[in-house]
Design a protein around this ligand. Structure first.
Ligand SMILES: NC(=O)c1ccc[n+]([C@@H]2O[C@H](COP(=O)([O-])OP(=O)(O)OC[C@H]3O[C@@H](n4cnc5c(N)ncnc54)[C@H](OP(=O)(O)O)[C@@H]3O)[C@@H](O)[C@H]2O)c1
Length: 403
């Protein structure tokens, strides 16, 4: 099968999917990697501020890195996979982290050199961040759309993380130093999300929000999963989706949509999956498991003769979506206005939910999709957000490596 990507993805011209039985990845050429690969109120690590007192200082040239971090490639099939050793006694008090002190466009982001490493509460672990993924909520939050329920500025952004546990709180039961973990660090995405997020060298996270990283995935692949796959899974569950039902996914090539297709098919046992994208991404939708790929630039999904048990709207098209659902069916809406029978929900981060999905990831049934541009270096966060904010990303935009 040959897949031609749209010219809107300049780095990729032709995609030739090649599935490997030995590795967890299916790669499209060299640039496109489709690999067989969700928040809590932060009452702990950060004392609430009413003023923006400096947790970080700009213009410090030298980061005092007293860490002992050893990084080495361990797997040919997962080239970014690494072995990281951090001695807990060597955890510094300051770290590099992206910070913004005011709401606005990507230009408000600054790379702080001496941001305080967050304190660890009893039920939390400190994670040495190896990779972190971006989500639209990161930029919507940065734009000030959730001011009313946001934690105080300044903010270290970032929800998704993959990394290594370097310290555990006194009430932590199952995780230990050295565990490779992944998760969405905010249990309730919009309710006082953490002031110290994952776009940093270290982040403090409740144990219950994390799961052990799937063995076959590297950190970059794993980092792209938590918020998106938890949203995919929770949405289908809330819609009452089950084996034998059909679903139409609006926005099938995005971070969430690409996982809704796969979770519906492989976890819930969908009888039929349809999804929408622009022309250049139709083959990708099919490779993810879609039975029908609808080109929204040429076709109106409301005009399809078939109707669906569930319409999963990851675009913000709820008004149209209700016209594509069967009588008695459900319309899951992630963003924008919603009208009956549509319902909107906000994802809840849950490490146990991730752990339940691990077998599907480890067997290669569900594959993480990292954007064909590849991972962005930690220093390139402004560029990465600018790209994500075009709304044209394919799968996940991931920052890797984090120093
Ligand atoms: N409520 C919640 O808990 C929750 C959780 C996660 C996300 N969200 C929200 O859900 C939305 C999607 O999140 P995401 O992470 O999937 O975003 P994303 O990865 O940035 O989505 C980008 C994708 O959207 C596709 N797209 C854009 N317009 C489209 C259209 N008219 N029809 C079909 N596809 C279209 C693009 O494909 P083309 O290039 O082909 O257009 C692109 O691949 C965001 O608004 C996000 O804030 C809400």
């Amino acid at each position: 099968m040959e897949v031609i990507l749209s010219p809107t993805i300049p780095s990729v011209k032709t995609l030739s999917p090649s599935f490997s039985s030995t590795s967890s990845s299916c790669s499209f050429n060299q640039n496109f990697s489709l690999n067989l690969s969700s928040a809590i109120r932060n009452t702990s690590s950060v004392k609430k501020r009413t003023t923006s007192s400096p947790i970080w200082r700009r213009n410090r040239s030298q980061h005092q890195n007293s860490l002992s971090v050893r990084i080495s490639a361990t797997s040919e099939s997962a080239p970014s996979s690494m072995e990281t050793t951090v001695a807990s006694s060597k955890i510094p008090s300051k770290m590099k982290a992206w910070v913004y002190e005011e709401y606005g466009d990507p230009s408000v982001l600054r790379l702080g050199e001496e941001v305080s490493v967050p304190a660890v509460k009893e039920d939390q672990v400190l994670v040495k961040v190896i990779a972190a993924a971006l989500n639209p909520i990161d930029f919507k939050r940065r734009q000030g759309k959730f001011k009313a329920t946001d934690s105080p500025l300044p903010t270290v952004p970032g929800y998704d993380v993959a990394g290594v546990v370097v310290k555990v709180g006194s009430l932590v039961k199952n995780l230990k130093e050295g565990d490779e973990v992944y998760g969405d660090i905010n249990e309730k995405a919009l309710e006082n999300p953490k002031q110290f997020g994952s776009l940093a060298e270290y982040t403090a996270v409740e144990e219950k929000l994390l799961a052990i990283k799937p063995k076959n995935l590297n950190f970059a692949e794993a980092a792209g999963l938590p918020l998106a796959i938890e949203t995919a899974s929770e949405g289908l569950e809330k819609a009452g989706f089950s084996a034998g039902k059909s679903v139409l996914v609006l926005g099938g090539a995005g971070g969430v949509g690409s996982l809704v297709i796969q979770v519906a098919k492989h976890v819930f046992g969908a009888s039929r999956v349809a999804a929408t994208s622009s022309t250049g991404k139709l083959e990708l939708l099919k490779s993810l498991g879609a039975d029908l790929a609808v080109d929204y630039t040429k076709e109106n999904f409301e005009d399809l003769s078939e109707k669906f048990d569930v319409v999963y709207d990851a675009v913000g098209q709820a008004e149209k979506a209700v016209n594509a659902v069967k009588g008695g069916g459900s319309v899951v809406v992630l963003t924008g206005p919603v009208s009956p029978p549509g319902f909107r929900f906000v994802v809840t981060s849950d490490g146990a939910a991730l752990a339940k999905l691990n077998p599907y990831l480890e067997s290669g049934k569900i594959k993480p999709l990292v954007d064909p541009k590849g991972t962005f270096e930690f220093s390139k966060l402004v560029e990465a957000f600018t790209y994500l904010e075009t709304g044209r990303a394919t799968g996940k935009v991931v920052m890797y490596p984090i120093p």
